[in-house]
Design a protein. Structure first.
Length: 444
């Protein structure tokens, strides 16, 4: 096991990683910007390295600065959490050159999976179901229209190097391709420095389902699925699990494990799918890192996923078999974002009062506390509220109680929206697709 690990992140995920490292006997180091100098993960770490750059986000994105901090404190490994440098293949390559372990997959694997066209090809070869689409980038409207006619409308244009829904364009007719293609290419070039786009069949009425995987470079196991279709602006808002029958879980689970093995994956990964109204799964992408919603799976299985990822990175083989992983009950996670619950605009500010719920089956992952200054320059996630129950109905009831008990004064939050969702008949009846919020505009 590593003696000292540098956390290259902030907020609740930095605190979550810190706790797992402490449980494994590791010393904890962390980098931090000016806005986070008094934050809980910085205060609780053994070593804190200030990186006060002009742009607050650069404190967590400057590769040279982060590597310099790791060498300064003598860290053998760097944990990237999610976001920032977590999926940056160049950063991982530099770690490899410096002899510092990156807690995650290799630079080659991240590069291949970060290219959505290459990832489609690799996963299709491994036996995963992939939506009909282009095997190469599309560069002109005539080429795109010809392919769309073959696939069948509607189709969707996506950035090959993209994520988070950036640049995606739905196309319903050949006449729309000229403007849609230019728009998608422009946004892809601006956001990712890569203007390549590809085309896929658009899955109408889709549900977003993802599988949690752990691999050691040779073998892989899965921890079941999470259902995460309630989203705003392609960003997840509520996640829960389980969702599938045992037969479907076993089938897709075996396929994602084979996908991980086929690329020599090491670490935690999430294989994401869109499932259509007929139940057909369509591979979407692999997230090569710990996910915000890993907590749902931890509550269902009783396994500490963050610690398992660190152990595998330190050189351990998989410490458990597929038979060791069993799902129990139902878990729901609500992301408590500091946002206007109707318009989803950020609501930074100071927390003058802060109380989180407790009790049986309740977990809160947060870096927030009374007096915490929620900055406006970072993601608006303030806390994650997770509730476990013996079944979905009791998990929903527990979440209602937990949301009602939560007190956050000083910023607006999306708690009223979550409360409305808990009482909404379609949600209660599992009639949920990725268009759920658009289809229920009057929740508040």
């Amino acid at each position: 096991m590593f003696e000292r690990v540098l956390i290259a992140n902030r907020g609740e995920i930095a605190l979550r990683i810190l706790r797992s490292l402490r449980g494994l006997g590791c010393e904890v180091a962390i980098v931090h910007g000016r806005e986070d100098r008094l934050s809980l993960p910085v205060r609780l770490s053994d070593h804190a390295v200030p990186l006060y750059l002009d742009n607050p986000i650069d404190s967590y994105l400057d590769i040279d600065a982060v590597l310099g901090a790791a060498k300064e404190v003598g860290a053998q490994a760097i944990h990237p959490g999610y976001g920032f440098l977590a999926e940056n293949a160049e950063f991982v390559r530099r770690c490899e050159e410096e002899g510092i372990t990156f807690i995650g997959p290799s630079s080659e694997v991240i590069r291949n999976l970060g290219d959505k066209i290459e990832a489609r090809r690799l996963m299709q070869e491994a036996g995963l179901p992939v939506a009909a689409g282009s095997d190469e980038p599309v560069s002109n409207a005539d080429e795109a229209a010809a392919l769309a006619t073959e696939i069948g409308y509607p189709v969707i244009l996506k950035a090959a190097a993209g994520g988070g829904g950036i640049g995606m364009q739905i196309v319903n007719d050949a006449s729309e391709f000229d403007s849609a293609l230019k728009s998608c290419q422009s946004r892809a070039a601006s956001a990712f420095g890569d203007d390549r786009v590809f085309l896929e069949k658009f899955i109408e009425g889709a549900q977003h389902i993802e599988f949690q995987v752990l691999a050691d470079g040779t073998d892989a196991v899965h921890f079941g699925e999470r259902f995460c279709s309630i989203q705003r602006r392609h960003q997840k808002l509520l996640e829960e699990g389980p969702w599938l029958s045992e037969e479907v879980r076993a089938d897709i689970g075996a396929r994602v494990c084979e996908g991980a093995r086929s690329v020599g994956y090491r670490g935690l990964a999430t294989f994401e799918f869109l499932r259509d109204s007929s139940g057909q799964f369509n591979f979407l992408e692999v997230n090569p890192r710990v996910q915000v919603e890993h907590t749902v799976t931890e509550m269902l299985t009783g396994h500490d996923l963050v610690s398992l990822g660190i152990r595998v990175a330190s050189g351990e083989s998989l410490p458990l078999s597929q038979e060791d992983i069993q799902l129990s009950g139902h878990a729901i996670q609500c992301r408590i974002n500091a946002e206007d619950p109707r318009r989803f605009t950020p609501s930074p500010g100071r927390l003058w009062d802060c109380h989180f719920p407790g009790g049986f089956g309740v977990r809160v992952d947060t870096h927030a506390h009374v007096g915490y200054e929620m900055p406006g320059c970072f993601d608006s996630l303030l806390a994650k509220l997770i509730v476990w129950g013996p079944d979905r109905e009791r998990a929903i009831a527990g979440m209602r109680s937990a949301l009602a008990e939560t007190t956050l004064i000083g910023v607006e939050t999306v708690i009223p929206l979550h409360q409305a969702i808990m009482d909404e008949p379609d949600f209660q009846a599992r009639r949920v697709t990725i268009a759920y919020l658009d289809e229920h505009p009057n929740l508040l």
